[in-house]
Design a protein around this ligand. Structure first.
Ligand SMILES: Cc1cc2nc3c(=O)[nH]c(=O)nc-3n(C[C@H](O)[C@H](O)[C@H](O)COP(=O)(O)O)c2cc1C
Length: 174
């Protein structure tokens, strides 16, 4: 799959097959996340791997009962680590660590797509509940959860804004 094809075929999937993913696939997805850019290359985030049914089910409860989270064989939880980019002061702690984690999520999503896996970025959750369920240290802030597995649905492709609406001063050749 070319990068263009990968980008075009990624979509949020909210139903997963009861089928495990290969360990090599998981490592490829994590390695892609690790290639994402980050402020000062400090990579101010950590990724937790959740596979056990008990914690996945509790994460569902912390995330507005989004049941599909527990269907996926693996849930990756991307957490910002503000202390890692403290050298950038308040901007690093407030913004860069979140951006670092978000960039890693995007890379992971595209890598998963290229491997034939499905994902959905889940951001609607109660931070404190997630931190409790995962026993997170106080310096980790959950940013996104990413269920990873084989799709059990083919959703309608979500529409996008027109480039002309999204981009100021769009080049005239477009
Ligand atoms: C910051 C963020 C938070 C999101 N949170 C959720 C969520 O909690 N639950 C969900 O089902 N989808 C969530 N999504 C996925 C979006 O709904 C989805 O990306 C959007 O509707 C476009 O659809 P597509 O991913 O299929 O292109 C989130 C996406 C982002 C970037």
């Amino acid at each position: 799959m070319t990068l263009e094809e990968t980008i075009a075929s990624r979509q949020s999937v909210r139903a997963y097959q009861d089928r495990p993913i290969e360990e090599e696939q998981l490592i490829s997805v994590l390695a892609a996340a690790n290639r994402a850019p980050s402020a000062g290359n400090l990579q101010a985030y950590e990724i937790l791997i959740v596979r056990d049914a008990d914690r996945k089910n509790r994460l569902v409860g912390a995330a507005l009962n989004q049941e599909f989270l527990a269907q996926a064989p693996v849930v990756l939880v991307f957490c910002a680590h503000p202390a890692r980019c403290a050298k950038y002061g308040e901007r690093g702690r407030r913004l860069y660590c979140i951006q670092d984690a978000a960039a890693a999520v995007s890379y992971a999503q595209l890598a998963a797509t290229a491997l034939g896996l499905a994902t959905c970025w889940v951001g609607a959750f109660d931070d404190e509940k997630v931190a409790r369920i995962l026993d997170l240290p106080p310096d980790l802030q959950p940013v996104a959860m990413l269920p990873l597995g084989y799709a059990a649905e083919t959703p309608q492709r979500a529409a996008r804004r027109l480039l002309a609406d999204l981009v100021r001063d769009l080049p005239t050749l477009l």
